[in-house]
Design a protein around this ligand. Structure first.
Ligand SMILES: *Cc1c(COP(=O)(O)O)cnc(C)c1O
Length: 360
């Protein structure tokens, strides 16, 4: 089925108003956005149009009952100034896994990919030409039924927004292992990138901040024993010469950065273990000095160094300047994303003038 994407261009780009050396995260949006509606069991009204407010019915089902999911990915600039997408198909798969869990319709791969390529190519001058900066891509899907009642909506809107962003975290982060609140349990929605998960994390994050910590490290919701992840990142530990990360168990978000790291580490011959990891064993490794590095991994930060880990009354300090694996992973992932390293895994896709073929 050929996809008809209507394009309405902005009269004058706002790109010249932006200082790419000083971009506040999450606040600056590009000239255009993609919008598509799901009505009568079909995707329709696919349009790329100037960025603007939406008009929403006050009885909108997503606002009341939370059928709302999203993705986060990044594009970088190629040497020719074209957008470079990184593992975009994995994001299509994941938004559709989230959609199935939240009882929402899947976004066809063709709609997602063609819409994204056209949008990102149209706004390619917004991809910062500054080291460490990139174009953040926010695809999202939400219910649009104008109806108060708990049932799956029959209509939905899929959108893609683009935001130029700088480096996410600059300083190493301090983490507190959370002993009171939980993020997700097996059988819940922790594996879905759904809005409510983030609303639920705000109070614990605020309490951790008040105690001097940047983010919460989540433990499992049954025993408070196994490490899950951190804020909006998966987590890795270097213990001795092994690299550990929790096995995804239905409650942990399956990060694409996490997956990329596992591929890179195995390719480079590191000893990697994905398995259940207890907070006790990590604190113990911290005490004996076996714990060499702790870092978070996610699209926004890519890699975030951890300088402090608190659990109960124990604190482990780490000297992020001594880390070796974490910076190697950052450099490798950035190198792949920006095509300064050869794309040996086939993860990078350059969007050029004649591709996507704008066939409709
Ligand atoms: C998005 C996200 C991650 C990281 O996933 P990436 O695909 O690497 O960006 C990890 N944990 C949570 C809770 C997330 O929402």
């Amino acid at each position: 089925m050929a996809l008809d994407i209507r394009i309405e261009k902005i009269a004058k780009s706002r790109v010249d108003e932006i200082d790419f050396h000083n971009i506040p995260f999450g606040k600056v949006f590009t000239d255009h956005m993609l919008e598509a509606d799901y009505v009568d069991g079909k995707w329709t009204n696919v349009v790329i149009r100037p960025f603007a407010n939406l008009s929403i019915h006050p009885g909108n089902a997503a606002l009341h009952y939370g059928q709302s999911i999203f993705e986060g990915m990044k594009a970088n600039r190629s040497a020719d100034g074209n957008p470079l997408l990184f593992r975009a198909h994995k994001h299509v798969d994941r938004i559709n896994a989230s959609a199935r869990r939240m009882c929402m319709p899947e976004v066809p791969e063709e709609l997602f990919m063609e819409g994204l390529k056209k949008l990102v190519y149209l706004d390619k001058n917004w991809i910062p030409d500054v080291a460490g900066c990139s174009l953040y891509i926010r695809p999202f899907l939400f219910a649009t039924d104008e109806f108060l009642g708990v049932r799956a909506s029959e209509t939905y809107k899929f959108m893609i927004l683009l935001l130029p962003v700088g480096a996410y975290y600059s300083a190493p982060v301090k983490l507190k292992a959370e002993e009171k609140y939980v993020r997700a349990v097996q059988g819940g929605v922790g594996e879905a990138k759904t809005s409510g998960n983030y609303a639920a994390s705000l109070l614990p994050a605020q309490e951790a901040k008040a105690q001097g910590y940047d983010q919460v490290m989540w433990l499992d919701g049954k025993e408070f024993k196994y490490i899950q992840e951190v804020g909006t990142m998966n987590i890795f530990f270097v213990v001795g010469n092994k690299i550990l990360t929790p096995e995804t168990d239905g409650a942990i978000l399956k990060g694409i950065t996490r997956d990329s790291i596992l591929h890179i580490l195995k390719d480079k011959g590191y000893d990697v273990e994905t398995r259940p990891i207890t907070i006790e064993e990590i604190m113990q490794a911290g005490k004996t000095g076996e714990l060499k590095e702790v870092f978070g991994a996610g699209t926004a930060a890519v890699i975030a160094y951890v300088s402090e880990l608190k659990y109960k009354n124990d604190i482990i300090n780490l000297d992020a300047k001594q880390f070796q694996i974490a910076p190697m992973l950052y450099d490798t992932i950035q190198g792949l994303k920006t095509q300064t390293l050869p794309d040996k895994f086939g993860w990078v896709e350059e969007v050029t003038a004649d591709e996507p073929n704008f066939a409709v």
